[in-house]
Write a protein that binds this ligand. Structure first.
Ligand code: DGL
Length: 282
């Protein structure tokens, strides 16, 4: 059992979870909101990608893994920085633990409120596109729009490559993005919901390759506000915490470029060997 200095000192410990590095786009906003918090970032890279994993397997994996992580790390709150997991596992997680869970789900409501053309694309993983939860959001909030659901099998991997210093070619990325943009009856897609936390890592490239300008909706600032709802604002004049811990469930050491990218974001990789053996047998 790992010692838990955060609880004793009154500094909240926040566990941020994703299948890989996508959750870093959420983590950046969480850290801005509570720079003093004791963050631990967990990437279940041994299970990546979640996007194509059968729902029953993903549910069992995340529930088991989270049980273990909570027991070892005693977080005060967990942020599931993954749409593919959040749209499926939140009810089960809440059943198993009393600590608050903040999820990341497709930002369909703001997109539907802001669209001028009425053409909205939800860019997600195949898993998120298939979820009942996602279809319910569309039914509730985007009834008056035409919603184009795009489940990409490759973009999350491209984002992982980007951060690891091996970006894919423009032509490959442009092909994968093509279904995002729809033009019909003189109306064009004007809102794109980034419904996978990996995708904002490619935002500059998306913008450069888009056939016409669109607004990209990233839910990360809203997730940070939701976290503050549970743990409160940072006390006045508080100092930022030092580098936070990152854990990769595979136990593999990150490449040089990835380690630098993590460090730039205030994260240092924990020697994950001791995690990998126990945690990934789920
Ligand atoms: N980052 C995850 C999401 O928000 C999924 C990426 C994957 O593992 O396929 O959906």
């Amino acid at each position: 059992m790992i010692a838990d200095p955060s609880v004793a000192s009154g500094v909240p410990r926040v566990l941020v979870f994703d299948s890989g590095v996508g959750g870093l786009t959420v983590y950046a906003e969480l850290r801005k909101a509570r720079p003093d918090a004791d963050f631990i970032y967990v990437a279940d890279d041994a299970g990546f990608p979640y996007g194509g994993m059968p729902a029953d397997r993903l549910l069992a994996r995340v529930v088991a893994l989270m049980g273990d992580l909570i027991a070892r790390l005693s977080p005060d709150i967990v942020v599931i920085a993954c749409n593919t997991a959040s749209t499926l596992v939140l009810p089960a997680l809440r059943e198993h633990s009393t600590i608050p869970f903040v999820g990341t789900v497709p930002a369909i409501k703001p997109a539907a409120e802001q669209t001028a053309s009425g053409e909205v694309t939800v860019l997600a993983t195949p898993g998120t596109v298939a979820r009942v939860y996602t279809h319910e959001l569309i039914r509730k909030f985007a009834d008056s729009c035409r919603v184009n659901l795009v489940g990409s099998t490759r973009l999350a991997g491209f984002a992982e490559q980007e951060l690891a210093g091996q970006p894919v070619d423009d032509a490959v990325l442009r092909d994968e993005m093509a279904p995002v943009f729809i033009e019909r009856e003189a109306r064009r897609t004007d809102m794109v919901v980034l419904a996978c936390t990996h995708y904002p890592l490619l935002l500059q490239r998306f913008d450069a390759l888009a056939p016409w300008p669109v607004a990209w909706i990233d839910p990360a600032p809203a997730i940070a506000r939701r976290m503050l709802h549970f743990i409160g604002d940072a006390p006045q004049g508080v100092e930022a915490a030092g580098p936070a811990k990152a854990i990769f469930t595979s136990g593999a050491a990150p490449s040089g470029p990835l380690a630098s990218a993590l460090l730039e974001r205030g994260l240092v990789v924990e020697d994950s060997k001791k995690w990998a053996s126990d945690v990934t047998g789920v």
